[in-house]
Design a protein around this ligand. Structure first.
Ligand code: FMN
Length: 190
């Protein structure tokens, strides 16, 4: 029964084909996010995928979440490997964001042929040179939600550098030109 005002609003929105979802998608694209390449190594098969839907979930324990399409090859490999690495792209690395998003791209090591990388000694996955940060992660959850999977993972180790991030915003990639407002509390300072 749709007896509450909230349930009635949902029913009304869903009754107008496409209306709510299209406006909602446009609105969601106004939420800026960083861009990562998630990498994995399952039994010697290395793979990388561009993902911007990455979020910090918990500080203690340190957990992050990543949302990937259910058809994602990365998700299948990460599920098998149980560990993966996060490469946080810098403003200089837009070409990598595009490269690791091409459907039907080379599989395995060929994906990394023109990329400088080293091996993450915790996950065995590629760590791409020049990134703003890297994290080694252990998968803690894999939940199918809508047409995506929400992977949750504990951050086991990380390294962080300086520089500007690559951002995904309004359906485009953005770099540089960001001005910091110094409103951090002393605890936030690096
Ligand atoms: C800037 C950018 C951000 C992206 N973010 C995501 C994301 O958050 N989740 C997702 O499933 N795909 C995302 N994609 C698309 C995937 O990278 C693309 O579908 C890729 O081919 C999936 O690879 P896989 O099937 O090998 O895992 C993004 C692509 C770009 C260019």
């Amino acid at each position: 029964m749709n007896s509450t005002p909230a349930a009635a609003a949902v029913a009304t929105a869903r009754g107008v084909p496409g209306a709510g979802s299209e406006a909602g998608r446009r609105a969601l694209r106004r939420f800026a996010s960083g861009v990562t390449v998630l990498t994995v190594n399952h039994d010697g098969v290395r793979h990388g995928t561009t993902v911007s839907a990455v979020v910090a979930i918990s500080r203690e324990p340190l957990l992050l979440g990543a949302c990937l399409r259910s058809s994602s090859a990365f998700t299948a490999l990460a599920r098998e490997a149980g560990v993966f690495s996060v490469n946080v792209l810098s403003s200089e690395q837009a070409s990598l964001a595009r490269q690791f998003a091409v459907p039907g791209r080379h599989r395995g090591d060929a994906q990394f042929a023109d990329v400088k990388w080293t091996t993450d000694n915790m996950t065995g996955a590629p760590l791409i040179d020049g990134c703003l940060a890297h994290m080694a992660c252990a998968l803690t959850g894999d939940q199918e939600i809508g047409d995506h999977h929400l992977l949750t993972a504990e951050v086991l180790a990380g390294d962080a550098g300086q520089g500007a991030p690559l951002l995904a915003f309004a359906g485009q990639l953005w770099h540089e030109g960001l001005a910091a407002l110094d409103t951090r509390t002393p605890e936030d300072k690096e």
